[in-house]
Design a protein around this ligand. Structure first.
Ligand code: SIN
Length: 284
């Protein structure tokens, strides 16, 4: 596709592009909006530099793409329930998102996309990696694709809500889980392992290490070997890109067809971001 209003510069072969020529704090018109949407569909994750966004402007941009999610577990930004502070203080040992995952896949209608805005970044480190799940699906053998075609998997929030592990995480981390969310009651939903993106019509792999616990109708032990293969396959280096943050960068990823991984490689430094998460539809 050619673009008239924005410039789109891919950063890797698999996915990811930097977008130039747009100020996200402004009320973007329909022509720019549809080019951003197109760039997201073509590149799966898009990046903007040097943006100056208030929390309200950040939310307004997100609302162009759908309703906003209020995270069921994390403590939100004061006065802004739709903003998740992604914060690591110098004394913290843990960050959020340090394993390959797609956001809130345990919900019945998981997120369509997340928009992360950098307020403060380490001198070096704290990059985010992304992986293209269309490529992950398309590069499986025909036999494997046929086997997975009608299978579903169970996704659970227990890694976030389980009382003992959540409490332990709160010890080493500044993005906190709410006390009342630490409960043995899990949010559990089943989703197809191969989902079809509603806007592009393409099939992609939809299981992730953080939230997928087993195949439907099988035990965790029975599911583990094949799930481990799929997790490793989904994050093969040739399916990925890596984004180096600067202060005031924005990353907008499509949670339906990507996974991401936040590197925890900047001990003693501060990283402060705000995330707006756009609701999506039930995977099919
Ligand atoms: C996340 O998983 O949403 C956090 C990503 C990041 O901090 O880079």
């Amino acid at each position: 596709m050619t673009y008239e209003h924005i410039e789109v510069k891919p950063i890797a072969g698999a996915l990811g592009a930097e977008i130039e020529g747009v100020d996200l704090s402004e009320d973007i018109g329909n022509a720019v909006f549809s080019e951003i949407q197109q760039a997201l569909h073509e590149n799966l994750v898009i990046f903007f530099r040097d943006q100056d966004l208030t929390p309200d402007e950040h939310k307004d941009f997100g609302r162009r793409f759908g309703t906003l999610n209020i995270h069921p577990q994390y403590v939100p930004l004061d006065g802004h329930p739709e903003i998740l502070p992604v914060l690591k203080e110098p004394e913290d040992t843990l960050n959020i998102g340090a394993s390959w995952h797609t956001d809130v896949s345990f919900l019945e209608q998981p997120s369509m996309g997340s928009i992360l805005y950098a307020h403060e970044v380490p001198r070096a480190g704290g990059d985010t990696m992304f992986a293209n799940q269309y490529l992950a699906y398309e590069s499986l053998s025909e036999g494997m694709r046929e086997m997975l075609a009608d299978m579903t998997a169970v996704h659970s929030d227990r890694v976030l809500s389980n009382p003992s592990s959540a409490a332990n995480r709160n010890e080493g981390r500044s993005t906190l889980i709410r006390e009342e969310a630490m409960t043995d009651e899990e949010i559990v939903n089943e989703h197809p392992i191969v989902r079809t993106h509603v806007e592009t019509g393409r099939k992609c792999l939809y299981v992730n290490r953080a939230f997928t616990t087993r195949f439907s109708g099988m035990t965790e032990e029975e599911s583990k070997p094949l799930l481990e293969f799929l997790y490793a396959h989904a994050a093969r280096p040739e399916f990925t890109c890596r984004f180096r943050w600067e202060k005031h960068s924005v990353a907008f990823w499509d949670n339906r067809c990507t996974q991401h991984y936040a590197l925890n490689d900047y001990p003693g430094q501060r990283r402060a971001m705000h995330r707006v998460t756009v609701n999506g539809e039930r995977p099919v």
